[in-house]
Design a protein around this ligand. Structure first.
Ligand code: EPZ
Length: 417
């Protein structure tokens, strides 16, 4: 297994174009099943989760070919209706194939999805949504079977689940009648999924708000979409600059998609200037960050749970104590032991983490246990004195395309061997 070797204490300087968003491209890949014409997905990040989605599409009979950073999906030949446990467990997003399979094939047989260890990751809201649209969904012996084409209906989500909203949208586009999703997730990736479905000839509106309406029964054609910039990768990059000090220009991401993160760093004394598609960010090395007011993760447009870990790593050396309240997942502090091994002073109380700033961190041998926790350990290593050896890179590669190249291009001494 490869290891990332990071020599900390080097300020980050320069410019970086952020990759396409993992959490936008994954539902769009599943949505390609809804049309028999080719779909071109530009700015598609090369990630192990994308490879897992491509593997599922191939397994179902679709063809996927890379043309530079554009992935072309042709699902004309898709005929499969079942996804085996190995493929389902490869990532959380495998469950997002349920809706499109029900819509196109009228049947689906899946097992339970995998994904990062963040606490329980139920799919009850996904299954309830499809039942609401008229599908017969059964769970028995570890199998999920879904029978019958969706007719549409009113899907009221008990929680604004990102995945359940996406599954319901993808299923509803192929339903005979209309569907309304109430208490829908409002993330930018949901807005891009609506953009994608409409450019294929669907009739979807309301994404970005809590009520999304889908007119079913439209035959979808092919199209071309460019994936929006990954706001969590951008937040991780800026956390690295906040931790190590320096000045960078981040291209290709809408600052509004991470405004809560930017506001927090400004409160901590970092300088931020936002353009339409770029962010200028500076933290002077001779001016440590100040602690920030308590941070509470929440569904978009609240503070993103995915940014909690990398941002916490940056605040490990701020002056004062910063409190992180994680409200979305019950076990999303897997990065805390690694940060403590590097000298961070963090105590956990229930769903909260008290981060008392220390004067500096030191290198250590640490292991990532989930995707964003891995990003956090890399961020901490950038500010630590000495060398950090970071393993568990299979978690990092799920969502960060070439993390070592991103920080290395900005001056970090970071190598994967
Ligand atoms: C998506 O996961 C993202 N993944 C996650 O990013 C992100 O952390 C999460 O949304 C929240 O923003 C992708 O988009 C591929 P949820 P998802 O359904 O859809 C509960 C990353 O690091 N819930 O919004 O799985 C659930 O347990 C990943 O890129 C149910 O109870 O998240 C959790 O507490 C990690 N029943 C809460 O809702 C359900 O049926 C939010 O989950 C579904 C979810």
């Amino acid at each position: 297994m490869s290891v990332m070797y990071i020599q900390g204490g080097v300020p980050l300087e320069g410019e970086w174009q952020v990759q396409g968003a993992k959490n936008s491209v994954l539902p769009i890949l599943a949505g390609c099943l809804l049309t028999r014409e080719p779909v071109a997905i530009a700015n598609c990040p090369r990630l192990s989760d994308v490879e897992a989605a491509v593997d599922i599409l191939h397994h179902l009979g679709a063809r996927c070919t890379w043309e530079g950073d554009t992935l072309v999906v042709d699902a004309a030949g898709a005929c499969g209706t079942s996804i085996d446990e190995g493929r389902m467990r490869a990532m959380r997003s495998s469950i997002i194939f349920l809706g499109p399979l029900a819509a196109r094939m009228g049947e689906a047989t899946l097992t339970y999805p995998g994904g990062c260890e963040l606490g329980p990751r139920p799919i009850d809201l996904h299954l309830a949504a499809l039942r609401e649209m008229g599908c017969r969904v059964e769970e028995a012996d570890g199998l999920i079977t879904c029978m019958g084409k969706p007719r549409g209906g009113v899907v009221s989500l008990a929680f604004p689940s990102v995945g359940a909203t996406e599954n319901a949208m993808l299923c509803a586009v192929g339903a005979r009648g209309d569907t309304t999703i109430v208490n829908a997730a409002r993330e930018p990736e949901i807005v891009q999924l609506q953009e994608f479905l409409n450019l294929l000839g669907g009739k979807v509106w309301g994404a970005g708000g809590s009520v999304i309406t889908i007119q079913g029964g439209h035959q979808l054609h092919g199209g071309h979409i460019s994936i929006l910039g990954d706001r969590i990768v951008a937040a991780t990059l800026l956390s690295g600059v906040a931790a190590a000090g320096g000045e960078v220009q981040v291209q290709g991401v809408d600052w509004r998609h991470l405004s809560t993160v930017l506001q927090l760093f400004e409160q901590a004394g970092c300088r931020v200037r936002s353009g339409t598609r770029s962010i200028w960010f500076r933290r002077r090395r001779d001016t440590p960050m100040r602690a920030a007011p308590p941070i509470r993760t929440a569904p978009y447009p609240g503070f993103p749970t995915d940014a909690q870990a990398p941002v916490m790593a940056a605040f490990a050396t701020a002056r004062g104590t910063t409190i992180f309240q994680e409200t979305i997942f019950s076990r999303r502090f897997g990065h805390v032991p690694g940060l403590r091994a590097m000298g961070a002073d963090i105590s956990l109380h229930g769903g909260g983490a008290w981060v008392r700033g220390v004067s500096g961190l030191h290198g250590a041998q640490v292991t990532a246990t989930d995707l964003r926790g891995g990003g956090a350990l890399a961020v901490a290593a950038l500010s630590a004195q000495g060398e950090t050896q970071l393993s568990g890179l299979e978690h990092i590669d799920r969502g960060y395309e070439r993390l070592e190249e991103m920080f290395g291009r900005l001056g970090a001494q970071i190598q994967r061997r």
